[in-house]
Design a protein around this ligand. Structure first.
Ligand SMILES: Nc1ncnc2c1ncn2[C@@H]1O[C@H](COP(=O)(O)OP(=O)(O)OP(=O)(O)O)[C@@H](O)[C@H]1O
Length: 302
């Protein structure tokens, strides 16, 4: 992280016509700290990174790894179908763009997890087409509902292993994630001995430890206590790139997401902008109840 970040910091600071001293004053650090970051001798804390991103008017991805934020198409799904014993997805069409914050909603069994598994390629569709405009290895982060942790490892060993596999070298950042998600005190505990909530928080840290162009989360806050849920959403506010989340956490959808998708009867029945829904004085929960009910009623009629 250091080299790209340092170069980015210098470039962006100069673009804003700020001296090291002026930038330091804005984020309440010494000029020497800024100088060390720019020389690659030290890394800022998460809080300072977030402040830097705000002052330099870029998202974290741009600051950390130099990616431009774009409104580019990153995935295009066309006429997708999938059946198990019963049809689950039936002609699903969806485009995902670079800055989307998508909440994927639908009743239990609607096919949400199946759709995202097809998106990240762990199961195959029966027919249809997915065009992926990102590198699936380097640009996609996922947190699934399945437990992908290795029980025989200690928490810190799992982190180190994933960091090596994903070529993440930002040690300070990872340590701060551990603090932020309150995992430092169990860093040397075997994964088999962690509580369900701790395992979920660890899975989250693994999915957040490197920047991505697309982050897919399947019910990330299930099994977490309230404090962890708050920490999670606070952190998500500062994640760059596109995010697609399956969630039933209606308290947060209004605040965090820009787009809501309703999956019903194997199809995307609604794909609306949160700002449009709010402009009609509706909350997302009201919107969801309205369209789920309307669609259910239509289903009964037909
Ligand atoms: N591997 C599988 N084999 C057979 N059936 C499956 C398989 N995976 C999913 N299903 C079935 O497909 C349907 C959709 O499941 P899916 O997990 O995608 O729904 P979901 O919308 O994510 O539900 P939930 O909100 O309960 O997590 C369900 O009826 C489920 O039983």
């Amino acid at each position: 992280m250091e080299n790209v970040f340092s170069e980015q910091l210098i470039t962006l600071r100069q673009k804003k016509k700020l001296s090291q001293h002026a930038l330091a004053q804005k984020i309440f650090v010494t000029r020497q700290s800024v100088s060390k970051w720019e020389n690659g001798d030290a890394e800022p804390s998460i809080d300072k990174l977030i402040s830097l991103a705000e002052i330099l008017n870029v998202d974290l991805n741009h600051l950390l790894i130099g990616q431009q934020s774009t409104a580019d198409l990153i995935m295009s799904i066309n006429h997708l179908t999938k059946s198990f014993t019963q049809p689950v997805l039936n002609d699903v069409n969806l485009n995902i763009y670079g800055r989307d914050r998508i909440a994927l909603l639908g009743s239990n069994g609607a096919g949400k997890s199946t759709l995202v598994k097809i998106m990240y390629n762990t199961i195959k569709a029966d027919s249809g087409e997915i065009k992926r405009y990102i590198n699936m290895r380097d640009d996609l982060n996922i947190m699934t509902q399945d437990d992908i942790l290795i029980s025989d490892l200690k928490l810190i060993e799992q982190i180190e292993l994933s960091a090596r596999i994903n070529q993440v070298y930002a040690k300070t950042y990872i340590e701060q994630l551990l603090d932020q998600f309150r995992l430092r005190q169990v860093a040397h505990t075997y994964i088999s001995k962690l509580s369900g909530g701790e395992k979920r928080r660890l899975s989250l840290v693994l999915s957040l430890m490197r920047p991505s162009k697309l982050l897919i989360l399947d019910e990330p806050t299930v099994g977490m206590d309230l404090e962890s849920i708050d920490l999670f959403w606070k952190h998500m506010d500062h994640v760059g790139g596109a995010v697609l989340t399956i969630t039933h956490d209606f308290n947060q959808i209004d605040k965090y997401f820009s787009r809501v998708i309703l999956l019903k009867d194997g199809q995307i029945k609604r794909d609306d902008r949160v700002s449009d829904i709010h402009a009609h004085n509706q909350t997302i929960e009201q919107w969801y109840r309205q369209f789920n009910r309307v669609l259910e009623a239509k289903g009964v009629e037909s």
